[in-house]
Design a protein around this ligand. Structure first.
Ligand SMILES: [Zn+2]
Length: 100
């Protein structure tokens, strides 16, 4: 076994879980549970969505208390926008084809 291989096999999966909000960090990288999503600033989004609202001193999110991540207001705004868009499309269809 080469030196390099041995180092790889010694790698441990370092898994941390926030007791409060259930968020997971694998090898120090925040990963969304369920979806397994991982992206830059996901800790900030997690803070805005969960930790800032529900977290307490147990929360291990390093971005807890930080502002600028996604919030539910942002999300619901996003969803409202999508519904609005869909409604508009349907109205356009109705205008074109009449009541189907
Ligand atoms: Zn947390």
């Amino acid at each position: 076994m080469t030196e390099e291989n041995r180092e790889l096999s010694d790698l441990k999966l370092d898994r941390k879980e926030c007791e409060k909000c259930g968020a997971q960090w694998i090898n120090g990288v925040h990963v969304f549970r369920g979806t397994g999503n991982q992206y830059t600033d996901s800790e900030l989004d997690l803070a805005g969505l969960v930790c800032n609202n529900y977290g307490n001193h147990q929360c291990i999110n390093p971005k807890k208390g930080a502002k600028g991540g996604q919030t539910w207001e942002y999300r619901s705004g996003y969803i409202d926008g999508m519904i609005e868009e869909k409604k508009k499309n349907m109205e356009e269809m109705r205008d074109k084809f009449g009541d189907l």
